[in-house]
Ligand binder design. Structure first.
Ligand code: ASP
Ligand code: MG
Length: 466
């Protein structure tokens, strides 16, 4: 098979982990697969780069900048010592790393002097994590006898618009990847640094936090992969968070549509944007566990995957807050919702859930906790004169989402969900089910989270799911 394998920051956290990844890739290559690898930055490096960039622009502290570059240098040099035994290879990789770090240092010092950090320079700085990781992993592969070549996102052909920090890939990317990456597969394992692309002027862009998954999908579509494998530290996609419910099971197969619902609320699973290219090219995505490569993991496919259970997963989203606006003046007044949502959009507030009862006397919404105060201020300001009488905030809530494509058109699922809550004395504060019907979400007190998930997992017998 032709495969893309993507490794996240935790999988390449240190020299031992990188060596493990290299051995994994070698074992699949020896089974006759053609493999392209996409790697994230080593764990913590993207965050360290963003912090260094902010310290440089806000404090102009050149010493702090030199210290962070030196920490990143040490982290990579140590890893190279461990994961690249073959000395000439290691020397070569250390050289490439040194050159990159010199560029990084110069850029950061420049930002110190300018005291200004543009989105464009922030992208340039944050791209270094993946650009450092790729040659290291390629070196680790070479060192154990696997021919390999590293490339950054720009070299691989990822062409984006110029929205720095959240750039969108242009369609021509697929063709470019086909020309640049696909021909290498026969003779070696190309290792592409994730997260980074470049715009039409050749300026470096990044694809948003967690963007290496998107790189993997793009590369998969570009080289015409049979499957895209996202390696994680857990057993694929689970019926729920195993920290909450120890009986949580790994799902064997789910559909893209279900995966999107599961990812929608928590960054944990998969970003919908990241699998969009895979969906468009109908390439199955497999989520596998680096600690248990012999297990199949979860395969995400186009078709609905029938299962005895209509519900497949229960997720809980914390760090959210509930805002309710009310007032009899809202009843029958046209344009209230428009004003609510456009004022919040202007204030940069992310809204996760919405509900308005047919009395029209109130609108409730769930927002990220970090945006809650700003949201309340914005709404009070927007309606300072009339219509809305009260804006209330409850920060002690969480959202529970019940997901499964089998719920579509199946009566009684909502009934079971809410009577389970009722039987267990859990108060439901707000409810929302989109007309896609494959996700029922509701808000409860955050103290009830663990119990709500446990009883629902039990109610739908998810510990027995196939
Ligand atoms: N390194 C980037 C981040 O931390 C991209 C990724 O890991 O997917 O967000
Ligand atoms: Mg909260």
């Amino acid at each position: 098979m032709r495969l893309v394998m993507k490794f996240g920051g935790a999988s390449v956290a240190d020299g031992e982990r990188i060596r493990h990844v290299a051995t994994l890739v070698r074992s699949y290559r020896e089974q006759g697969h053609e493999i392209a690898v996409v790697t994230s930055a080593m764990k913590g490096v993207t965050d360290a780069l963003l912090m260094a960039a902010r310290a440089a622009s806000e404090k102009g502290d050149a010493d702090a900048v030199l210290k962070s570059v030196s920490d990143i240098r040490t982290q990579h040099e140590r890893a190279a010592e461990v994961c690249i035994e073959h000395e000439p290879t290691r020397e070569h990789v250390l050289d490439s790393i040194a050159t990159l770090l010199d560029d990084l240092e110069r850029a950061l010092v420049g930002i110190c002097y300018l005291g200004e950090l543009t989105p464009r320079s922030l992208d340039y700085i944050s791209s270094f994590g993946e650009r450092l990781a790729a040659p290291m992993l390629a070196g680790a592969l070479q060192s154990i006898g696997v021919p390999s070549r590293s490339m950054d996102g720009m070299e691989a052909g990822i062409l984006t618009d110029s929205t720095h920090g959240d750039a969108r890939p242009l369609d021509i990317t697929y063709e470019r990847i086909a020309q640049r990456v696909a021909p290498l597969l026969e003779e070696c394992v190309p290792v592409v640094g994730g997260f980074m692309g470049a715009d039409e002027r050749g300026v470096i862009t990044t694809l948003g936090r967690g963007g290496s998954d998107l790189t993997a999908s793009l590369v998969g579509a570009g080289i015409g992969a049979h499957e895209i494998w996202l390696w994680k530290e857990t057993d694929g996609i689970m019926t729920t968070d195993p920290h909450l419910v120890p009986e949580a099971r790994s799902l064997r197969q789910i559909s893209y549509a279900e995966a999107m619902e599961m990812s929608y609320f928590g960054a944990k699973v998969l970003h919908p944007r990241a699998i969009e290219p895979a969906i468009r090219h109908s390439i199955p995505v497999r989520v596998k566990n680096t600690f248990h490569p012999e297990r199949e993991g979860t395969l995400i496919v186009a078709d609905h995957v029938p299962s005895k259970s209509v519900v497949k997963a229960i997720t809980v989203i914390r760090n959210v807050a509930l805002i309710t606006i009310s007032g009899s003046g809202m009843i029958g007044t046209i344009g209230v919702a428009a004003r609510v949502f456009s004022s919040l959009a202007r204030a940069g507030v992310n809204i996760r859930m919405i509900s308005q009862g047919s009395s029209e006397a109130n609108i409730s919404m769930v927002v990220d906790e970090a945006h809650a105060q700003r949201a309340v201020r914005t709404l009070r300001e927007e309606f300072r004169h009339n219509i809305v009488k009260d804006v209330s905030l409850n920060e002690h809530v969480c959202v529970v989402a019940v997901v499964g494509a089998g719920m579509i058109g199946t009566p009684g699922v909502a009934g079971r969900v809410f009577s389970t809550m009722g039987r267990n004395g859990i108060n439901v504060i707000m409810i929302s089910q989109g007309s896609s019907q494959s996700n029922i979400s509701f808000v409860i007190d955050e103290r009830d989270a663990r119990r709500a998930v446990a009883v629902l997992h039990e109610e739908f017998a998810l510990h027995e799911i196939e």
